[in-house]
Design a protein around this ligand. Structure first.
Ligand code: CA
Length: 233
């Protein structure tokens, strides 16, 4: 990471939440600029080129999902949805529209800044091409180039589909991946009728990778949304 502060575009129409974010993030290495409408958000995403965007979905003019789609048409800037709606379908729609992650209100400052760091680190790595072929989190090690997996130094044999699924989760590590995204990337289509394939393969992976598959530490379920692979350096 660079020595300069990260520029954060906060898109939120509620003043108390903007004040909360300003106090919380201003104390860390984040500099904030604010937009209160969707139209202003799209304009400021272009004029300020922020490092990350925090976006409330319920805006007074245009829908937050439309804001994501319009920004995604030309920008890879990480977008974290801050949602008061708390509805699973809207989280999924936000992620499928191109958001990187979401947080439901109320959330802690620690949770928010951790998610922001993951999103920024992902972008920095893909920009400078330092995403190495070997991924490690806790005792789990995945060599994407050699297609090998270890848990606590012990090599684990995965079937081709299990490996493909794990590789997608590794590429999105730390971030939630929706069922639709996983089905599309692993099986080539995002039909909801295939959701049971995904559940079965997640079940297989947990049995091979987790010490206690009923209490997974690597592969967590985001209820009604998708899955997240733990990311820790
Ligand atoms: Ca709002």
């Amino acid at each position: 990471m660079s020595d300069t502060d990260w520029l954060v575009l906060v898109v939120e129409d509620e003043a108390p939440i903007r004040r909360f974010l300003k106090a919380a993030l201003g104390a860390q290495r984040f500099k904030l600029v604010e937009a209160t409408t969707g139209t202003q958000a799209i304009a400021m995403a272009a004029s300020h080129n922020p490092d990350i965007i925090l976006l409330d979905l319920g805006l007074p003019d245009i829908d937050g999902l439309e804001v994501i789609r319009r920004i995604r048409a030309w920008s890879h800037t990480p977008i974290i949805v801050i949602s008061a709606r708390g509805k699973d379908t809207e989280k999924v729609d936000g992620l499928d529209a191109g958001a990187d992650d979401y947080l439901a209100k109320p959330f802690s400052v620690e949770e928010l800044s951790a998610r922001m760091r993951v999103a920024i680190r992902h972008l920095t790595r893909s920009r400078i091409g330092k995403e190495g072929p070997v991924f490690q989190t806790g005792d789990l090690k995945v060599d994407l180039a050699r297609r090998m997996v270890w848990v606590a130094g012990q090599e684990i044999h995965l079937t081709p589909i299990e490996f493909k699924l794990l590789a997608v989760l590794v590429r999105h590590s730390g971030k939630v991946t929706t069922q639709r995204q996983l089905l599309k990337e692993v099986w080539g289509h995002g039909s909801d009728e295939q959701a049971h394939y995904l559940r079965n393969y997640i079940h297989h992976l947990r049995h091979k990778l987790e010490a206690d598959p009923a209490r997974p530490v690597y592969l967590s379920t985001e209820p009604g949304v998708g899955y997240r692979l733990r990311y820790k350096e």
